[in-house]
Design a protein around this ligand. Structure first.
Ligand code: GLN
Length: 456
């Protein structure tokens, strides 16, 4: 039934860069056999999972949304993908994204633009727009994305689904194409908090192939839901919630602000005490993020030289082979990041840009730590607006970057955050969804998921 739906909706949405119906049917057949012979089924048996195309899959092409990797077939599965398969999950295909995760709309994909299922003249958000649209349109059950500065949370908000950015280190990055290694995490999309928590549980944990993956024990995130009494009048009594004042400032749509205030009142009805708090360094997150992310990407992307991976341009000497392969392979946004990052890292400017941005990062990390000592969770909008029209910001990179204001700080601080639909603003035929962002203390996904489950 998912495949039927996928066939009907995909021509309008273009969420996928690659779909493998054969693989799905084969797996379903195998599942039938297992059931017939009473073999034990894994907890994800038969669950269709879509995977962002910057996450490597051994049996499907993995392009990262870039011409530089067109036709690339990795010889291995990313750890997160391997874990999903080991538990019986079925990878249905690879989803569209902004090239290497650089963008906020999927318009920077080298191959196609994905449409928002709520209104196909609008963007689904990015960079994991394909994964968010696929869950939103029920083309799959859950999906994987990656979040360097908001790429799971922004599209979750625009497409009206649940998106989770785990704590840095909770999920192995092995097999995730590196964008900015100190910020990158693999994240999850689902149509409910429970589904999202089950997927997170499946992919979490230490991996000897990623030195930054954490040794911390992985709680069974979804089992916490069993102890929740949803009929109790104040199931969240005593929970301290900080609403970040700076996220409701000028530049945020009034409709979004009133939906978020409504969500805050709903949390109060559930028993939380909500107070407005101030994070004065909040607005510094954006410039610090774009300096650090671009710097790291300029270094990470040096591996695409036309020799080691993917597409190679014919040339009669080595330097032009490198140069031409990169000039043809990378799109304009990726080139912009490489230039910005190389500039920020260059000898004469390093102290003024990269070093300062690192100092700001430390400041932001400390201010979040202090706020989370006083509060159990922090809340904010996930984006300053609902989904906008395709093309609206495509030629204005700074306007596009400004749309990441709500999410980038969380990556700089390495914290987990959950985005879930909490209301609508006017637009499209049926209104446009607005996402609430809940930020938790490091490695406390369990609490975020519990609160999210009760809230939804
Ligand atoms: N939009 C942000 C950027 O372009 C975030 C992307 C991401 O999280 N991968 O860098």
């Amino acid at each position: 039934s998912y495949l039927t739906r996928l066939r009907l909706t995909e021509p309008h949405l273009k969420s996928f860069l690659h779909v493998s119906e054969d693989a799905v049917l084969q797996q379903a057949h195998r599942l039938d056999q297992m059931i017939a012979s009473s073999e034990e089924l894994g907890p994800l048996a038969g669950v269709l999972v879509a995977v962002k195309d910057n996450i490597c899959t051994a049996d499907m092409p993995s392009t990262g949304g870039s011409r530089v990797l067109e036709g690339y077939l990795p010889p291995f599965d990313a750890t997160a993908v391997r874990k999903i398969k080991d538990l019986g999950g079925i990878v249905v295909g690879k989803t569209n994204l902004d090239e290497f995760g650089m963008g906020s709309t999927t318009e920077a994909s080298a191959f196609q633009v994905t449409a928002n299922p709520w209104d196909i003249s609008r963007v689904p958000g990015g960079s994991s727009g394909g994964s968010a649209a696929a869950v939103s349109a029920r083309q799959c059950v859950v999906s994987l994305g990656s979040d360097t500065g908001g790429s799971v949370r922004l599209p979750a908000s625009f497409c009206g689904v649940v998106g989770l950015k785990p704590t840095y280190g909770r999920v192995s990055r092995y097999g995730l194409m590196a964008y900015a290694s100190s910020l990158d995490v693999i994240g999850c999309f689902g149509s409910s908090v429970a589904d999202t928590g089950i997927l997170l549980h499946a992919i979490s944990g230490h991996d000897r192939l990623d030195a930054t993956s954490s040794n911390r024990e992985v709680p069974d995130f979804a089992s916490r839901f069993d102890s929740v009494d949803l009929l109790e009048s104040k199931p969240l009594k005593g929970l301290r919630v900080g609403l970040i004042r700076e996220t409701l400032d000028d530049g945020v749509d009034n409709g979004v602000i009133s939906v978020i205030r409504g969500a805050a009142s709903h949390l109060e009805e559930l028993g939380c005490s909500v107070t407005e708090i101030s994070l004065p360094s909040f607005s510094l997150g954006l410039p610090a993020y774009y300096i650090l992310a671009s710097s790291e990407s300029s270094s990470n992307l040096s591996r695409y030289d036309g020799v080691r991976y993917g597409n190679q341009v014919a040339a009669d000497e080595l330097n032009s082979l490198y140069g031409d392969s990169r000039a043809k392979g990378f799109g304009p946004e990726v080139k912009r990041r490489i230039l910005t990052g190389t500039y920020a890292l260059s000898a004469g400017y390093y102290d003024a840009y990269y070093k300062r941005a690192q100092q700001v990062r430390t400041m932001i990390r400390k201010s979040f730590k202090a706020a989370l000592d006083e509060n159990d969770i922090l809340i904010s909008p996930a984006a300053p607006s609902a989904a906008y029209k395709i093309g609206e910001k495509k030629d204005d990179p700074l306007a596009m970057y400004a749309g990441d204001i709500m999410t980038v700080n969380v990556n700089l601080a390495g914290l987990p955050a959950l985005v879930l639909p909490c209301g609508f603003v006017e637009g499209g035929a049926a209104g446009l969804p607005v996402g609430l962002q809940m930020i938790g203390a490091g490695f406390d996904e369990e609490n975020l998921l519990k609160v999210g489950h009760i809230f939804e």
